[in-house]
Design a protein around this ligand. Structure first.
Ligand SMILES: [Zn+2]
Length: 364
């Protein structure tokens, strides 16, 4: 995620409040906010607890009281311990009845296996996300795999010592997501879920992950946005080696436009990072403007000279990048170049001399 701070015009109804570790903050009747730590530059994730009741499989016709969890945190001792504190502080002795995961990224998916096992609760998520998580946790297909290194090299990041470091450090999906539940209940765009007293609608979004699922409760104007709409950072939009020709930035901007059309401006957005906010329309406008600016800068950088994704990193990222940030930055740079390429604004050529893709806009 790139950090650009343009959140001055959004409304934060809870002010600067952040829930302490292991404690929940009530954001609406039966809706609670949890915040778990992450060992990255992005140092936290928000999770949501929704008061629920579900049919009791042992007693047809009766219902069990409990909770639905939305997103899980990564699997490490600190997050497990925070969850145990939440059980004591917040769950009121009631069970977790189901675990919903917005998408397969480790901070959302990591402890799903543990929570589902601990509570004998089913996992609910989109099929493409579920399958992607299964593959990522059992194979060496991550950002340090041979195929990923080839992809980086094709986009101009080909210094051997850099790639050797990436190879050593970037296969850690399985460290944060050691297992994925054996089955899931499939979420689909447009599906409605009854959670406690409320009805929520699934809104799928593209560009950040394969089939991200956000949840919207129209009656109470609550929107659990996952990573699709964040108040103070822009979601990571990357091309990955598994789908090297893709145009995720165009898909993401289209998904944002759909959200803007579907949601009222005053709904309370519950994002995965940052604070709950109001101002969907403003935020979507800001993000559209942010990406339009980046694309204009890139187009200028590629006008009259052919540039690789690696060449244009300083155009997109004005700060020095560490190794982990480099891998994400490369994915983002390719995503922005591909948006120009798929829109016909630049042409792409594979240079026979060094095997690197370069993008160039004709001079007008
Ligand atoms: Zn994510």
């Amino acid at each position: 995620m790139s950090s650009h701070r343009t959140d001055a015009t959004l409304n934060y109804p809870l002010g600067d409040h952040l829930p302490p570790t292991g404690q929940a903050t009530r954001v609406a009747e039966g809706v609670y906010w949890l915040r778990m730590g992450l060992p990255f530059a992005l140092d936290h994730i928000n999770l949501w607890l929704l008061r629920d009741r579900q049919p009791d499989p042992q007693h047809p016709g009766r219902e069990r009281e409990g909770w639905t969890v939305v997103d899980c945190g990564i699997d490490n001792p600190a997050t497990r311990s925070a969850w145990q504190q939440v059980e004591a502080s917040t769950l009121q002795g009631l069970p977790v009845l189901r675990v919903i995961v917005t998408h397969m990224h480790p901070d959302h998916m990591g402890l799903a296996h543990w929570l589902c096992e601990r509570w004998q609760a089913p996992l609910w998520m989109g099929l493409a996300e579920y399958q992607a998580a299964k593959i990522a946790c059992t194979s060496q297909s991550g950002l340090g795999s041979a195929s990923a290194l080839r992809f980086f090299a094709q986009h101009g990041w080909n210094r051997e010592e850099d790639l050797a470091t990436v190879q050593r450090h970037m296969n850690h999906y399985a460290e944060m997501v050691p297992a994925v539940p054996a089955s899931h209940v499939r979420l689909m765009h447009g599906l409605t879920l009854r959670i406690g007293e409320r009805t929520w609608q699934c809104l799928s979004g593209l560009g950040h992950s394969p089939e991200h699922m956000a949840l919207y409760c129209e009656a109470d104007r609550l929107f659990i946005s996952g990573d699709m709409l964040l108040p103070s950072i822009s979601s990571n939009i990357s091309v990955y080696h598994q789908e090297p020709e893709s145009d995720p930035l165009a898909w993401f901007l289209q998904s944002l436009a759909q959200m803007q059309a579907a949601l009222p401006d005053d709904c309370l957005v519950l994002p995965s990072h940052g604070r709950p906010f109001q101002g969907v329309h403003t935020r979507v406008d800001q993000l559209q403007a942010h990406h339009a600016e980046r694309l204009a800068e890139l187009l200028a950088a590629c006008t009259g000279q052919a540039r690789s994704a690696h060449d244009v990193l300083p155009v997109l990222f004005k700060r020095p990048l560490n190794q982990q940030q480099m891998t994400f930055a490369m994915g983002e740079a390719v995503a922005h170049l591909h948006a120009l390429w798929h829109a016909g604004q630049v042409e792409r050529r594979l240079d026979a001399a060094d095997g690197v893709y370069r993008f160039r806009a004709p001079r007008h």
